[in-house]
Write a protein that binds this ligand. Sequence first.
Ligand code: BYC
Ligand code: FE
Ligand code: FE
Length: 483
Amino acid sequence: MTDLLNVSYDTQIPNNVGLSSDKKVLKALERWHPGYINWWNDLIPKNFQDSLIYLRTAVSVDPKGWTKFDYVKMPEYRWGVLLAPQVEDRRIPCGENAGELAWQEVPGEYRSLLRRLIVIQGDTEPGSVEQQRFLGLTSPSLYDMRNLFQVNVEEGRHLWAMVYLLFKYFGRDGREEADDLLRRSSGSEEAPRMLGAFNEETPDWLSFFMFTYFTDRDGKMQLEALAQSGFDPLSRTCRFMLTEEAHHMFVGETGVGRTIQATVDAMNKAGITDPYDIDKIRSLGVIDLPTIQKKLNLHYTLSLDLFGNEVSTNAANAFNSGIKGRYMEMRIKDDHKLNNDKYPVRTVKDGAIVSEEVPALTAINMRLRDDYVRDAAGGVGRWNKLIAKSGVDFQLKIPHEGFHRQIGVFSSVAVDPDGNILSSEDWLEKSKDWLPTKADGDFIQSLMKPCFEVGKYASWIAPPKVGIDNKPGDFEYVKLHMA
Ligand code: BYC
Ligand code: FE
Ligand code: FE
């Protein structure tokens, strides 16, 4: 018997799903494993593969004590298949099947819908690691390097989580999809990743922090929605993934916060009060606040696109069948079917942005995006508190939902960060004030010099307030392998 909380390490693939007695799936995973290891080894620079990284590994799915910290070489990280414990008598929470027992097998009529969502989810995980592959080389500290690699191995594990579902429940086409997840790659011409944001670059550490704050938070929201799934194995998988996700967003929030802290500290020390005195501020070796705002604008809007179209029949079908729920579905007080309900959606009509009531079933994506916007605002408020405390007169703002969009109703119009519709000439002229330019990117790149000395930090980022696993400031988070 496998203990459902503790992770069994008796097979090559750590798991709490009883793999050692599920020979068919174990074999399929073991056949897939070398391709995965090759993907990882080709991706991450060699000297980091040989370095010892102070990583947390899941040893249990018990929320009270699921991790163990230790030095590991990344290729030896025990990627595993971990599902949150089964809830007895769990019911389908929404849609036309609401109230029925959750499915333990894939319902035939929803097979392709379910497979598509699992594949899309699975595709983003390795995509993000591909985007971040070179960041180790310019890490501002060993602490940050460790956090980068922690995020990377966990995104790798998230890929394993989806691949397990494909092998276990989708037979031959599941195996083909699992192979394709390693065939596509971020930014590739022939076989790009499926969703837009995962084919963009993560060229520097500020982008990495914005990505883990804003884009991993889309991950959180989508996982929350999939954790509601009536397909119980998907629900349990996503519930465990969410416990890991919290750390990714922590890395993002504190990373941006520490970047801001270094900037305002340097400004104060040099007696600069005008946040727009950009050349002077940059000459201090820190990133000026207006450029941080531009990066925020970029990553926030790329992340909004990940919610799909505001009005979507795909989303209506997923909800109605009970495959995907809303954020906190169980806490919402309505009939969980939405057949007669309306939901307000902003749209563009006769050159103006207006709000329109649409059938709530079709507005599932919009609703999740609204929840996301509220969730994302919290950290921005905390960043502004840091700035206010320093006495610098500046506030970061989340741009209007119509700004810089590629997907949905706003993709056809140019909108400024305050929500005014612009002509394309105006957009061309002004967007350089709102989105990072090549010159901004070059400047940030000029700061991206590795700082690999124990306990030291690059000029543009403040040290963290507390260490990982309560370690002291001079803790060696990475024992670098010198080639
Ligand atoms: N880029 O009806 P619509 C994460 C496609 S992140 C390209 O609105 P739907 C993570 C769409 O696929 C979370 N294409 O679609 C974060 C559809 O194509 P088909 C990932 C896009 O299904 C950081 C067509 O446009 N998980 O975990 O309602 C690091 C019509 O659109 C995009 C999920 O997303 C786009 N942005 O909504 C690591 C959960 N948007 O089918 C990891 C699973 C739409 O007509 N996915 N399209 O060819 C879903 O639930 C939904 O597929 C989506 C799209 C919300 C993504
Ligand atoms: Fe993930
Ligand atoms: Fe993540």
